[in-house]
Design a protein around this ligand. Structure first.
Ligand SMILES: Cc1cc2nc3c(=O)[nH]c(=O)nc-3n(C[C@H](O)[C@H](O)[C@H](O)COP(=O)(O)OP(=O)(O)OC[C@H]3O[C@@H](n4cnc5c(N)ncnc54)[C@H](O)[C@@H]3O)c2cc1C
Length: 484
């Protein structure tokens, strides 16, 4: 062991399992100084008047940082927690603890990479090296069968070549012993109010599950999903579900903050397959993780184009003249289409929305209401508990037709989708109790009820809202041929 002190700068890698920067710092250094900075810029407003981080995700982040701090405390150390700009804070800590080198994981989106560049410049002035690691994906960038710029724009082409020519590396060992400087400061966890929130975190009993941040909860969830309920066994059949904890893995919020390593999940899948035999379900879960890799690599390939209306296709979708008003209705779950409103209510109340819901809500905003898709993506950025730049903007660009969808014009008929994925209307009734008395799938089209039925079912609260079933949308939905 050398006499080095290494500062480990945690960002979206809030775990001690399969964490290369930590494993390598422990291996190389005499002492480690673990640090997390709440970058205040992440709690400000966007140009679209949404917040960069909403209340529910902020709470999840606090829990995740607290759990990491706890892990270091158990190992006899500390996690230094600061609020401010990393490019200011890290050089101060480097001087205070006589740090020799700083380790961090590279990010892909521009704001995050700009912060790394600023940290690098600030450290350079102290003649300290910022060492970059790559550690967010299933496949290591260096193991891909093509350079980033040549990655195919069609996922299937990427998948086929990666599956044939690349392999997933083993996980890094969790360090058993860690050494810390004696004078490591103890930091209190910030209050939500210090991050600009004055309201309480909402709790909704209808949430698909109770999400608690941190590696401990993430590993517990993985254990339960594989070995407790074995829900992973039917992932392929259930993944388009809308209700409850087990129709999909619900790993996303933990993966996004790095509380759970995608590689760890990959090796858990292998273990599961060895015992129970490989299946379409475990393969499908792997494919979704591969989609995540793909969007991340696409972000490296196309950079800020994912934040532009034209994406990387060059032609922006059409926009309505009254799009401001339509956007407000969409955000507030007042479109008059119950399936969309139910999904938006779920998002607003819990921070989560199923993949099926996200596809429909996004498509409806872009293709039916014809609202600027960047506004929708920004709104998701604020609200989603699992927001991650590449996944969010990559998926939105895909749906807006300016990203990785090879199909010319993909259209989600939200009424058909509602009937297919919520055939009895159970999901809609959970989120729109005003419609609870409407039987069966009619709940998706309450405007079809007679006025006598409408008053019998007391639909007044929902139907009399100003948004009620915009005629032009309903008409359009009926006519669509190109259904998904
Ligand atoms: C408009 C839109 C916005 C989205 N924004 C985000 C986002 O900000 N953050 C995010 O993590 N996912 C996003 N997704 C992808 C997907 O909806 C969520 O990852 C998934 O619903 C989370 O639930 P789960 O963990 O149970 O997923 P599962 O179905 O169990 O999938 C397992 C994991 O695979 C990854 N994954 C699944 N689907 C996708 C996908 N379509 N693209 C990329 N990765 C995927 C996630 O890491 C997920 O946790 C978005 C999808 C759409 C259509």
């Amino acid at each position: 062991m050398s006499g080095k002190t290494i500062l480990v700068w945690f960002r979206k890698d809030l775990r001690i399992h399969d964490n290369e920067i930590l494993a390598e710092a422990v291996r190389k250094g005499k002492n480690i100084v673990p640090v997390y900075c709440f970058d205040i810029r992440q709690f400000q407003h966007t140009p679209f008047k949404t917040k960069k981080t909403g209340l529910i995700r902020a709470q999840f982040l606090l829990e995740s940082v607290a759990d990491l701090q706890n892990s270091f405390r158990k190992a006899g150390g500390e996690l230094i927690i600061k609020i401010g700009k990393p490019e200011v804070i890290l050089p101060e800590l480097v001087s205070k603890y006589q740090v020799n080198e700083v380790y961090h994981h590279r990010e892909v989106a521009s704001e995050e990479t700009r912060v790394s560049a600023d940290v690098e410049t600030a450290l350079w002035k102290l003649k300290i090296n910022l060492r970059h690691f790559i550690g967010h994906t299933l496949y290591h960038k260096e193991d891909l069968p093509f350079p980033i710029n040549s990655i195919p724009d069609v996922f299937t082409n990427f998948r086929k070549k990666v599956e044939r020519d690349a392999s997933v590396r083993a996980c890094h060992e969790t360090p058993e012993v860690m050494n810390f400087p004696d004078n490591l400061e103890s930091s209190p966890l910030p209050e939500l109010s210090e991050l600009g929130f004055n309201e309480n975190v909402p709790e909704d009993f209808r949430s698909v599950m109770k999400f608690k941040g941190g590696e401990t909860e993430a590993l517990k969830r993985m254990q339960d999903y594989f070995w407790g309920t074995h829900a992973v066994k039917c992932y392929k059949q259930t993944r388009n579900g809308l209700i409850g904890p087990d129709y999909s893995s619900k790993f996303s919020a933990w993966i996004t903050l790095g509380c759970l390593s995608p590689r760890e999940i990959f090796w858990e899948i292998q273990k599961y397959d060895q015992i129970h035999g490989s299946s379409d379900s475990t393969y499908s879960l792997f494919l979704e993780l591969l989609w995540r890799d793909y969007f991340r690599f696409m972000f490296k390939k196309y950079g800020n184009k994912f934040f532009q209306k034209t994406g990387f296709k060059g032609v922006a979708p059409e926009e309505n003249e009254n799009q401001h008003e339509l956007f407000e209705r969409w955000k507030n779950a007042e479109t008059g289409i119950p399936f969309i409103d139910a999904n938006m209510r779920e998002l607003n109340s819990t921070g989560f929305m199923s993949n099926r819901g996200r596809q429909n809500a996004a498509s409806f905003l872009v293709k039916d209401l014809k609202v600027n898709w960047l506004w929708g993506a920004s709104y998701f950025e604020e609200k989603l508990i699992d927001y991650c730049p590449a996944n969010n903007w990559g998926n939105w660009a895909y749906i807006a037709g300016v990203g990785n969808d090879p199909r010319e014009y993909r259209y989600f008929n939200v009424l058909k989708q509602a009937m297919d994925y919520d055939p009895d209307g159970e999901y809609v009734r959970i989120w729109i109790p005003e419609l609870s008395k409407v039987q069966g799938s009619l709940v998706h089209q309450p405007w079809k009820l007679s006025s006598a039925e409408q008053s019998e079912y007391q639909l007044i609260n929902y139907l009399n809202a100003p948004q009620y079933a915009p005629e032009f949308v309903v008409e359009k939905l009926k006519d669509k041929k190109n259904l998904v």
